[in-house]
Design a protein around this ligand. Structure first.
Ligand SMILES: [Zn+2]
Length: 312
């Protein structure tokens, strides 16, 4: 639960949501970081377009069941927007935007293929001697707290009986394209997991450790105060992290953290650098399944849509 009193959380919400530039710039300049070395984890891996078609060869097929007590193979996929980006010149926006129709098809295929969405808490438990994961597990994550998570993704997830985690940036809530405070509360009450992603989506490698600690700690406390639930999952903005940043996240009481490094093998030694797989806007249901190491739909498979009452 929140370590900060609610009154203080409210003050921070106001101060940080409106942009405490003075505080930020002051802290950023007071303590120089000894090193700003980028790790290999910083570079997200994107499938070449030539491999995106239905007939593309399999890529890094993982085993999808626990292989030992301290490691599991489970894809942690991440989305940003569930929307149609109508600006063809916005190449980054195009890459980050999965259409509602594609998202629906991907979730329907997961359902049909018997894939079981789980939480990062379940992944950690499986690594740490707790309950084993169900067959064909997957973790569905969303970055940045965009409003289409609440309006587009959650209705689909609820209809499928799926759970997902959204890494929210509290300082952006209420802005255009981001969830409101109320939407965060609602999706949390719907059963979705809220993770932290710093207060202002900063590159944690590029600021003082003092500011990095504030950004990490405040995002946790504000989201806990908002939802009334513990926030134990963290995502590094842009995937940027170094050993000092990882230590801050661990010291702040987070159970786990995710990066943007391609991979499906999760183990105790990368508890705070759990690998993920990006779901790009260019993926169809075949390339999505192949990228995540999941069963691939047969050629010609078409999403027929699920009846509203389907719950199994
Ligand atoms: Zn982000």
């Amino acid at each position: 639960m929140a370590a900060w009193p609610r009154a203080l959380v409210a003050v921070v919400l106001v101060a940080l949501a409106t942009g405490s530039a003075v505080l930020t710039s002051s802290l950023a300049s007071t303590t120089a970081r000894p090193t700003q070395v980028a790790t290999a984890d910083n570079a997200p891996v994107v499938l070449p377009s030539a491999q995106l078609g239905p007939t593309a060869p399999a890529i890094q097929p993982p085993q999808l069941t626990a292989t030992s007590n301290d490691r599991v193979n489970v894809p942690i996929v991440y989305y940003h927007y569930i929307r149609v980006d109508t600006n063809p010149r916005d190449t980054l926006g195009q890459q980050l935007s999965v259409s509602p129709q594609q998202f629906q098809a991907q979730m329907d295929w997961l359902h049909q293929a018997g894939v079981h969405p789980v939480t990062l808490a379940q992944v950690w438990a499986a690594i740490n001697g707790g309950a084993a994961l169900p067959s064909r597990p997957i973790v569905l994550t969303f970055d940045d707290g965009h409003s289409d998570f609440a309006t587009r993704a959650v209705p689909v997830l609820l209809r499928e009986g799926f759970i997902a985690t959204n890494f929210v940036v509290p300082g952006f809530l209420g802005r255009s394209s981001y969830m409101t405070y109320q939407q965060v509360v609602e999706v949390s009450n719907d059963g979705m997991v809220i993770g932290a992603h710093t207060m202002h989506h900063i590159n944690l490698n590029a600021v003082s450790l003092q500011l990095a600690k504030i950004e990490i700690d405040a995002s946790k406390s504000v989201l806990e105060g908002l939802t009334g639930r513990s926030v134990l999952d963290f995502a590094y903005p842009y995937g940027y992290h170094d050993p000092a940043v990882v230590s801050l996240v661990a010291q702040d009481g987070f159970r786990d953290a995710v990066v943007t490094t391609w991979g499906t093998q999760q183990c105790a030694s990368n508890r705070y650098t759990l690998h993920r797989i990006e779901v790009a806007g260019s993926y169809n249901v075949w390339s999505f399944a192949r990228a995540a190491g999941l069963p691939v739909p047969p050629p010609g498979w078409a999403d027929s849509g699920l009846p509203p009452s389907r719950t199994s």
